[in-house]
Design a protein around this ligand. Structure first.
Ligand code: MF3
Ligand code: CO
Ligand code: CO
Length: 260
């Protein structure tokens, strides 16, 4: 069941989206060789609580930390740990979801740790561009399959694969609502987009096979072949006049234009 939002409700969701963007702008300076993912988690957690906001991941279905940190072949849902120290050449996705006014704002980016290989840089750039191409499909008359097709045809055309096991999602007072937003699919198929929908697009793109496996911790998803994986995520809203608002655009992204 899809909870459609009024323009007034979308306005109320804006602060959560803005905080998500701000958190990602803020954390980027801390992503350096030698820092642990637990340290990054704690920085994001205290920034969030200082704003009077709540970290949605903490205790969500038993998840133990305040955000997800997914390094190299981790596709998503990596758990911050004192044992996970970043090293030069790593790529790391940081996924944050603050709750403000009772509403969730969900966004992630993949960062470089120091300087990275050419192939890692290319993967991250293609993943960011695939999110932008997905967002560009959100318009009157479109369907979820249009979003998936734009992402899949672009990424596969460059020799990458699109993860199937995790999808974008409706979002509001509930973290994960309907509809599901597939990052692969066929043009003109699937759920029709409607005024009042608020959802994420969050493609995970792999260098190798799209298949994933989950570790015994019940969360950490890895590529099955050990290849690198990257992800970018934004939360979007469709207002009553069909204006598409990217709620999680950060201060930096607003200044520099729409960067994922
Ligand atoms: N933020 C993730 C998403 O984009 C969900 C994380 S659930 C958690 O949907 F429990 F792992 F935090
Ligand atoms: Co999400
Ligand atoms: Co997320």
């Amino acid at each position: 069941m899809i909870y459609l939002k009024t323009d007034a409700e979308i306005d109320q969701m804006r602060p959560a989206g803005e905080l998500a963007g701000e958190l990602l702008d803020m954390i980027e300076a801390h992503v350096k060789p030698g820092v642990t993912t637990l340290e990054l988690n704690d920085i994001v957690h205290s920034f969030t609580t200082k704003r009077g906001a709540i970290s949605a991941p903490l205790n969500y279905r038993g998840y133990p930390k305040s955000m997800c940190t997914s390094i190299n072949d981790v596709v998503c849902h990596g758990i911050p740990s004192a044992k996970a120290k970043l090293k030069e050449g790593d790529i790391i996705n940081i996924d944050v979801t603050p709750i403000v006014n009772g509403y969730h704002g969900d966004s992630s980016r993949t960062f470089f740790v120091g300087s990275v290989s050419e192939k890692a840089r290319k993967l991250v750039e293609v993943t960011e561009e695939s999110l932008k191409r997905g967002i560009a499909e959100v318009k009157e008359g479109a369907r979820v399959g249009d979003i998936g097709h734009a992402i899949q045809s672009y990424a596969e055309g460059l020799g990458y694969s699109v993860v199937r096991d995790f999808v974008g999602h409706g979002i509001g007072k509930v973290f994960h609502e309907d509809p599901q937003i597939f990052h692969y699919g066929d043009k003109g198929r699937g759920q029709r987009l409607e005024v009042g929908m608020v959802f994420t697009i969050e493609p995970m793109i792999n260098e190798g096979n799209y298949r994933t496996k989950v570790l015994k911790d019940g969360w950490t998803a890895l590529t099955i072949d050990g290849s690198l994986s990257a992800q970018f995520e934004h939360t979007l809203a469709i207002r009553s006049d069909w204006t598409v608002e990217v709620l999680t655009l950060s201060p930096r992204q607003k200044n520099g234009g729409l960067k994922a």
